[in-house]
Design a binder for this molecule. Structure first.
Ligand code: ADP
Length: 404
């Protein structure tokens, strides 16, 4: 019997997520995470059905963690179940407009995009290289976070800086979370029985990293993240939009180096920076309910910024079929969804408090009142989207080469 299960690898800067998924049923044979790589506390945990296991792998590198994962798949007799491997790649620059069968030209092209995502693409490449070494006989596919946004019009992706910087250095807005947006927008179209050629959605992916996108007729027409995933919304530890002159100001007034400002904006800002307490929304909601004023302020700024940018994104859509919430916060926080939608009454949006309070569980994810454009909660599944892409590309064995 031919097996169509896909091994999905998502190699982050200090973590490696993996799963073996049936792309047709969505069934996960195993899923797991190696984290804190290159740290004495490195560990790996995995789940098969409801059985969870974990072990410590002190100081494990990406390479040794992958070796352990491959060994685990072998021990569980899962290796022979795998027909192809799908890799998450963060930045495809302008070279990749869709998911792509990996060959040496593609690997070189991903390497070319490295300067655009110095924290992510090198780790993604390690994942690709170790998988090719271990499974040279299996086809491998790269699925890019950026590719879904490659259809954005120039007005949405160009910065108002000298055009030569775009021409010579590809400095532009790229957008991220594209795999998640593709998954949830397809789900929304199915759930609401929308015409795939004529629909109009706002989607908010709210996790540790957060962004939002306007999706018209299945294509991204605007999004909040930019050249890097720092632009846009307030996030767990990322500031989102700030005045770019902050770099000069902090250098001149406080003696900050470029690296110190970057570190502050990426790692010490956002919910953590404002609250001084945590980057985690659950912790902040709990603290707010106990009267912590800074947690309350962090949540208010998160909500205000999100509503403001969603309203801005709506200007790219002629009408609104649905607003979709996804990601850990979007899927689980009735408090945040309610506060955001309250600020979006100008778009005609109104929530049903009861449906919102149980995350739309009994209503196919729908949490809005009948006379409002639909507001939906959809659980994202980037791993399944990667498995589906990998399956469809390797099944038709079409080699899609990067476009230039
Ligand atoms: P990542 O971007 O790392 O994939 P997730 O999508 O898992 O992140 O989202 C993590 C965020 O979701 C955290 O801020 C977490 O507190 C938040 N979250 C998860 N469950 C809840 C909940 N029940 N209520 C509020 N926030 C939640």
């Amino acid at each position: 019997m031919t097996q169509h299960n896909i091994l999905v690898l998502n190699c982050g800067s200090s973590s490696l997520k993996f799963a073996v998924i049936n792309p047709e049923s969505g069934h996960e044979l195993i899923s797991g995470l190696a984290e804190r790589l290159d740290d004495p506390q490195a560990s790996i945990s995995w789940k098969i059905g409801s059985n969870k296991s974990s072990l410590l792998l002190p100081d494990a590198s990406h390479q040794s963690a992958s070796d352990r994962i491959f060994q685990l798949l072998g021990d569980l007799n899962l290796e022979q179940e795998i027909s192809a491997i799908g890799h998450r790649v963060v930045h495809g620059g302008e070279l990749f407009k869709q998911s792509t069968l990996i060959d040496s030209t593609v690997i070189d092209a991903i390497r070319q995009c490295q300067n655009l995502a110095p924290l992510h693409n090198p780790a993604n490449l390690i994942g690709i290289e170790v998988a090719i070494e271990r499974y040279p006989h299996l086809p491998q596919v790269a699925v890019f976070d950026t590719s879904f946004h490659q259809d954005m019009p120039k007005q949405a992706f160009l910065y108002a800086i000298p055009y030569t910087l775009y021409q010579q250095h590809a400095i532009r807005r790229y957008g991220f979370h594209g795999t998640s947006y593709r998954f949830v927008s397809q789900q929304a179209i199915e759930i609401l029985n929308l015409d795939p050629a004529q629909n109009s959605l706002l989607c908010a992916h709210l996790g540790n990293g957060s962004s939002a996108a306007a999706i018209l007729n299945g294509k991204s027409v605007d999004t909040t993240m930019g050249l890097t995933p720092l632009e846009g919304l307030v996030m767990g530890t990322r500031s989102g939009n700030v005045d770019p002159n902050l770099y000069d100001f902090l250098a001149e007034q406080c003696g900050y180096t470029l690296q110190q400002t970057s570190h502050m904006l990426n790692k010490e800002s956002g919910l953590l920076g404002i609250s001084g307490l945590s980057n985690d929304m659950r912790t902040l909601e709990q603290a707010e309910s106990e009267g912590n004023e800074q947690a309350k302020m962090a949540i208010e700024i998160f909500v205000f910024t999100l509503a403001k940018q969603l309203a801005g994104l709506a200007t790219s859509l002629g009408r609104l079929d649905a607003l979709v919430f996804t990601g850990g916060i979007g899927e689980n926080s009735a408090r945040i969804r309610s506060a955001v939608v309250e600020r979006l009454a100008i778009l005609g949006l109104f929530l049903d408090p009861l449906k919102n309070s149980n995350n739309g569980a009994d209503n196919n994810g729908v949490i809005s009142k009948p006379d409002s454009p639909t507001v939906l909660v959809i659980n994202t599944n980037e791993e399944l989207m990667i498995a589906m892409d990998t399956h469809s590309i390797t099944n038709t064995s079409s080699t899609i080469t990067p476009s230039h």
